[in-house]
Design a protein around this ligand. Structure first.
Ligand SMILES: NC(=O)CC[C@H](N)C(=O)O
Length: 190
């Protein structure tokens, strides 16, 4: 399996470490030409405006849309989730526009910039340590989107077919189960 982690900005090394812990080899990818050979792609957390604009500047957005159109799994965390979304509340600019979700950025307010909590994640774990850092949440999902986890009443993990996204950062824990779930999606799509 050829797994790539988009390495424009953000928590790249952490995802590579977790994918390796879950039994796969993963490589950082920076250029549009590297995308089409992948069986799966992770888009890390960081700053969505930075990642999204760099993707457009280097035509990586088109390459990722083609990868998605071939059914290859893509997993976005935090800023990666925002980059995947079709709709971003309060702004007209979107990036990949692949997932039928509406996201709200920096949605937990200033008092709760960063926090951790244990959450059930459907198909993944009864309890998963969820680390939120200036995190978005998902306000609305289309009918093809499965909600995998909620924190209080807010949706924080979703799957739409071959697309997976979490508002929290599984790559910052020692628990590889979300990454193992993603690798299973990659195996099933092969
Ligand atoms: N940890 C993160 O990825 C934060 C996301 C960031 N707040 C954004 O809107 O892009």
């Amino acid at each position: 399996m050829n797994i790539g982690v988009l390495a424009l900005q953000g928590a790249v090394a952490e995802h590579i470490r977790m994918l390796e812990k879950a039994g796969a080899r993963a490589i950082p990818v920076k250029r549009a030409e590297e995308i089409s050979a992948l069986d799966g792609l992770v888009i890390p957390g960081g700053e969505s405006t930075t990642i999204g604009r760099l993707m457009k500047r280097y035509a990586i957005d088109e390459a990722v849309r083609e990868l998605s159109a071939r059914g290859k799994p893509i997993f976005g965390t935090c800023a990666g989730l925002i980059v995947l979304a079709k709709r971003i509340a309060g702004q007209d600019e979107t990036y990949l526009g692949l997932m039928d979700i509406t996201v709200e950025r920096n949605a937990f307010g200033r008092q709760r910039e960063s926090f951790e909590t244990d959450l059930p994640v459907a198909g993944v774990a009864d309890r998963f340590r969820a680390i939120f850092i200036r995190a978005p949440y998902i306000r609305e999902v289309g009918e093809d989107v499965d909600v995998l986890s909620k924190f209080q009443d807010k949706i924080v993990a979703v799957r739409q077919g071959h697309l997976l996204a979490t508002a929290f950062h599984p790559e910052l824990t020692d628990d590889e189960r979300v990454h193992a779930y993603f690798l299973q999606m990659v195996k099933e799509s092969a």
